[in-house]
Every structure is written in structure tokens, then in C-alpha cells.
Ligand binder design. Structure first.
Ligand code: NAD
Ligand code: MG
Length: 385
């Protein structure tokens, strides 16, 4: 019997790669539930293709009655219901941003087998998520390529023999040639190795994406920041490694497409029985460089923010979302991103919200405060006429 899969965020980039895996292994997986926040046409074509029993959208579409075999749900309540669907064997979270948090909690509380790419929820609310996971005696199987690689490696070696985990980073477009005040949005979106959405591509260029991934790894693997390193690997073929007690490094390599880690996660504890059969390391060069931290201050900031914990990782995420969105709209320059985020964290540290302890009730006010700080900083900087 195929495993019954619920996919939240089916219309996005992670969603599309997950659908590729489901199409490739129809005997292993069957899509019984999905959600999407926009692109109603795409959702309709997925309903026609997969005949899911439950679909969630922001609002019930006027074509819903044409598909009597599918129950349509709407809004946040619908999303939570989908995330805890009793008949689902596996819940996959491919939603972006903090909107993934409530469905993540719902899935954990319902003791579901949970796979997630939603780093924002883990970064913002890692300690809460870990507490619920411990209570439910569950774990999150990570889909992000670096974390999936490390998850795979950690499951094969005794934890007390692991000296360090190492996340690889491509270094983005500005590793060899630093960004300048003239750097354009197009220069930034021209990622050398990965094809992703524009927000995450900008975060790769500042390396804050790796910073978020360091915080994500800290919570997922419950390791101190001192045991989490980053290495630049421009080819993006090795995704993660662990250094063992004797200095041996073991690593996971695969093509740089998200369908590989997603398939690994979906098959866990097994591995996919067949692959694309096109990946050969012969003729490839694998390079590794230390991170030039002075050129990527947001990565250092993420380590600091991660160590402080509390509501600071959430604030860093909210500041970055606002500031990157202003950059993508052409309102500020690329080099302003770093400066404004550093300033934004300082300003956040001086607020009452920053003193609150992390809880479901403090998340919203802290997030709103960080967004207000970011918008004010952007409006003081704006070059738009
Ligand atoms: P995306 O923008 O392509 O897709 C986001 C999905 O979330 C869409 O299906 C959208 O409809 C849904 N969504 C957005 N806002 C929502 C809301 N308020 N309520 C409900 N649903 C909502 O994003 P993506 O690139 O697929 O990334 C998804 C997550 O995976 C992010 O957390 C990202 O950091 C992480 N991630 C992505 C990649 C990648 O290669 N794209 C790699 C690693 C991790
Ligand atoms: Mg990643």
C-alpha cells in the first residue's frame, strides 16, 4: 500500500520537487491532501491529477463542487486540520515563512510523521517545537539539503563520536567577486548553483540563509553552536558532513536539486531504491574554503543571535523578510541589507518585546515590533522617488 502523503505548500518550489518524487514513485506514495495559498489554477490541475481527498486554500473556490470526491477546507483552521489528518501517514511542510508554524505544531501534537522544509518556524520557535517533539516522542525529518545530509549521517554514527557537523554553502554570487554599491537585483538573483525563489536566493547572497540554517541545525540536532560549522563549497554537490572524533569526515553528495533530499526524507529510514542515474563524480572538482566571515557579517550575526536565543532569532527572520522585500522592490541597495539588519537587531534589543520569553503569545508582538523597526529603517534609507 502506498504511504498516504499530505503536502502543505504544494504550489511552491519545495512543493513542486515533492510532487516530482510522488510522481516518480507511485507505488510508494499517494497524495491524499494538499494546500496552496495562491495559484488556484495550479491547485485545480493538481486536484485533477492526484484526486486528493482533502484540499485547503485561503478560500473555498467556486469550482469546488465539480470535484465531489474532494473535501475543500479554508484558512488557518483548514490548514491545521490538514496537518493532523488522521488517515495521513506523512505530513510534508513546504510552506514558507512563519505561516508554517501552526501547522507544524498541529502535526506534532497529533503525533504525525513530519517532514519539513520550513526553516522559519524552526528558527523562530525552535525551543517550543523541541519541547512538543519531546512530549510526543517524535522528530522532524528535515528536507533542507544540508540538514537532510546531516540527519542521514547522524543516524549512522554514535552521537558521542561526532565532533562537529558542517553545513556547506555555495558562497552565492559574491564569494569570488564581492558585491558593490552598483550590484543590481539581477546580479543577486543570478545564483551560481541552485534554482530557488527570489527571497531565499537573496539570503544566499548575504549568506544569512546559511545563518538561519545554522540556527535550524542547532534546534533540529540539539547541538551547541560550537559544534556547528560552515564551509564554502562552490559546486554545491556535497551538502553536509560530519567530523568524527578521530578527524574522519563523512559527507553526502548528490546533484543540486531538492528532489534528492526530499526523496531521502520520504523514504527514511530506507533510501530511494532507484535514482536518476545521471550523477557521476568523475570529472567533477570539489572545492572547500573557509568562510570569509568579515565579508558575510550576517552569518556571524546569526551565530550571535542564535546563542542569545529567546525572541531574537524570530526578530532576525522578520527584519530580514521586510528588508529583503524592500531590496527586491528596488527601494534599497543590496549593501544596505547588511547594515539595516545589524541596526535592526540593535534597535530590537532595546525594546520591551525583546525581553519577553519565547511563547506562542509573545511571537506575534515580537514579530510585529521587528517588522515595524525594519520598515522605519527602510523608509529612512529609501532611494525610490
Ligand atoms: P515558495 O515561495 O516557492 O512556496 C511557498 C509555499 O507556501 C507555496 O505553496 C505557498 O502557497 C505557501 N504559502 C505561502 N504563504 C502562505 C500562507 N500565509 N499560508 C499558507 N500557505 C502559504 O517557497 P519555497 O522555496 O518552496 O520554500 C518553502 C520553505 O522551504 C521555506 O521555508 C524555505 O526556506 C524552505 N526551503 C526552500 C528551499 C528551495 O530550494 N526552494 C530549500 C531549502 C529550504
Ligand atoms: Mg539549504
Amino acid at each position: 500500500m502506498p504511504k498516504k502523503v499530505v503536502l502543505l505548500g504544494a504550489t511552491g518550489s519545495i512543493g513542486s520537487s515533492t510532487l516530482e518524487v510522488i510522481r516518480r514513485y507511485p507505488e510508494e506514495f499517494s497524495l491524499i491532501g494538499l494546500s496552496g495559498h495562491s495559484q488556484t489554477d495550479k491547485i485545480r490541475s493538481l486536484v485533477e491529477e492526484f484526486h486528493p481527498s482533502v484540499v485547503c486554500l485561503p478560500e473555498i473556490p467556486n469550482w469546488a463542487s465539480l470535484y465531489p470526491g474532494t473535501t475543500f477546507l479554508s484558512g488557518e483552521k483548514g490548514l491545521r486540520k490538514l496537518a493532523s489528518l488522521p488517515e495521513a501517514d506523512m505530513i510534508i511542510i513546504g510552506i514558507s515563512g512563519l505561516a508554517g508554524l501552526l501547522p507544524t505544531i498541529e502535526a506534532i501534537k497529533a503525533h504525525k510523521h513530519l517532514l519539513s522544509a520550513n526553516k522559519e518556524a524552526i528558527v523562530a520557535a525552535g525551543p517550543l517545537i523541541n519541547q512538543w517533539l519531546s512530549e510526543a516522542e517524535k522528530q522532524i525529518i528535515p528536507l533542507d539539503s544540508e540538514h537532510n545530509a546531516i540527519f542521514t549521517l547522524l543516524s549512522r554514527f554514535p552521537l558521542n563520536r561526532v565532533k562537529k557537523i558542517i553545513l556547506t554553502a555555495s558562497g552565492g554570487p559574491f564569494f569570488h567577486t564581492p558585491a558593490t554599491p552598483e550590484t543590481t537585483v539581477n546580479d543577486v538573483l543570478n545564483h551560481p548553483t541552485w534554482n530557488m525563489g527570489s527571497y531565499i536566493t537573496v539570503n544566499s547572497a548575504t549568506m544569512l540563509n546559511k545563518g538561519f540554517e545554522v540556527i535550524e541545525a542547532h534546534y533540529l540536532f540539539r547541538l551547541p553552536f560550537e559544534q556547528i560549522d560552515v564551509l564554502i563549497h562552490p559546486q554545491s554537490l556535497v551538502h553536509g558532513m560530519i567530523e568524527l572524533s578521530d578527524g574522519t569526515h563523512t559527507m553526502v553528495a548528490s546533484p543540486n536539486h531538492m528532489k534528492y533530499p526530499i526523496a531521502m526524507a520520504m523514504f527514511y529510514p530506507d533510501i530511494p531504491p532507484v535514482g536518476e542515474n545521471t550523477f557521476a563524480l568523475a570529472g567533477k572538482t570539489l572545492e572547500f574554503y573557509p568562510v570569509p566571515y568579515e565579508r558575510f557579517p550576517l552569518l556571524s550575526l546569526a551565530y550571535e543571535v542564535g546563542k542569545v536565543g529567546g525572541l531574537f532569532p524570530l526578530a532576525l527572520n522578520a527584519l530580514n523578510e521586510e528588508i529583503v522585500s524592500a531590496f527586491l522592490k528596488g527601494v534599497i541597495h543590496f549593501l544596505d541589507i547588511e547594515r539595516l539588519i545589524q541596526k535592526g537587531i540593535e534597535l530590537f534589543a532595546a525594546t520591551e518585546e525583546s525581553l519577553l520569553s519565547l511563547s506562542l503569545d509573545s511571537i506575534l508582538p515580537a514579530e510585529q515590533k521587528a517588522r515595524t523597526i525594519a520598515r522605519d529603517l527602510v523608509s529612512q534609507t529609501s532611494y525610490a522617488s
